[in-house]
Write a protein that binds this ligand. Structure first.
Ligand code: SAM
Length: 300
């Protein structure tokens, strides 16, 4: 359920007679943090990031200059962003960008906000890619392009094909490809899963939609694209289709790496075993000790 911003959130400016005087930054931050508490697990951090955006300062300066004065215009702008956050709009959409694997990516409502746990998928892919001199890699369901662009940046000899069914997502990915100057080594392809790929590849990596929409918080659904979340009636629909296409799309010593829901390891391992009877299968756990990545390694 969406809850409106509390009417009690006080005007952050002090009224002196008829005029409005600027108020110290620390007080504004405190009030915004309190206002966000019902809507965010990280209210203080959100407030700091949003205030930093209003002031065009790095967050560290917001933390350091507690006695700085905010003008009424700055207060109004800050209040507007707090109101957006109180609808549970992700901070990344409000700011227009998100850090992933140490790089900064443009994001908006057209793409899923890259999640920190997806960095594990990148880490595992980099380890496997080290076995290839010039790996040819596909990122299926690229969204913002965070995985594809990061792999291209970390692997200067690699070529990455980034596929998505959403033209909107590909438009965001294209901006990120240009932003990180990897145009020569990332090819964006529109289409369904592995079908647009040119020839067998060394590595296929994917963070596909894997949620059951009926179980997704309505506030998440209100902001992030359905196509990025919808894993079908049991959350495995995209995996099943991708696994069916994968053997023909991989080189004989190629590898497939999939981000998975922590509850899906057993089911997806058995699907993968059916499709790749000879391959090595491995589940890797994330920092929260949850099953997070399924790796399928072919051995020639
Ligand atoms: C969970 S998001 C992942 C986005 C990004 N890779 C990330 O990790 O942040 C899944 C992406 O898959 C795309 N997608 C959904 N169905 C697809 C399909 N059949 N073929 C290709 N892409 C698809 C969605 O548009 C979305 O961008």
């Amino acid at each position: 359920m969406l809850r409106p911003l509390p009417a009690a959130w006080p005007d952050a400016c002090y009224t002196v007679g008829m005029s409005v005087a600027p108020s110290p930054l620390a007080a504004a931050l405190l009030r915004a943090t309190d206002a966000l508490r019902p809507y965010s697990a990280t209210p203080r951090l959100d407030a700091e990031l949003l205030l930093a955006a209003v002031l065009h300062w790095p967050r560290t300066r917001v933390l350091a200059e507690r006695d700085a004065l905010l003008s009424p215009a700055q207060h109004a702008a800050f209040q507007a962003l707090i109101a957006r956050r109180s609808t549970l709009e992700p901070v990344a959409y409000i700011l227009g960008h998100k850090a992933f694997y140490g790089y900064d990516f443009l994001v908006d409502r057209r793409v899923l906000v890259p999640r920190p746990e997806t960095e594990l998928l990148v880490e595992q892919t980099l380890q496997i890619a080290a076995r290839f001199a010039a790996p040819r890699i596909a990122d299926i369901g690229t969204g913002s392009g965070a995985i594809a662009v990061t792999l291209a940046l970390e692997l200067p000899a690699a070529h990455v094909y980034a596929v998505d069914l959403s033209h909107d997502a590909l438009a965001v990915a294209a901006e990120n490809v240009v932003r990180h100057q990897v145009e020569a080594r990332v090819t964006l392809l529109h289409g369904d899963l592995l079908t647009p790929l040119p020839a067998p590849l060394d590595i296929i990596v994917s963070n596909p939609p894997y949620t059951i929409l009926a179980e997704v918080d309505t506030n998440v659904l209100a902001h992030e694209p359905r196509l990025a979340l919808d894993g079908g009636p049991d959350g495995t629909m995209i995996y099943q289709r991708l696994l069916a296409q994968a053997p023909a799309a991989l080189t004989p010593d190629g590898a497939l790496l999939l981000e998975i829901g922590s509850w899906q390891a057993e089911t997806l391992t058995s699907y993968a075993r059916a499709v790749f009877p000879q391959a090595q299968l491995q589940i890797v756990r994330d920092l929260a000790d949850l099953d997070r990545v399924l790796i399928v390694r072919q051995t020639p």
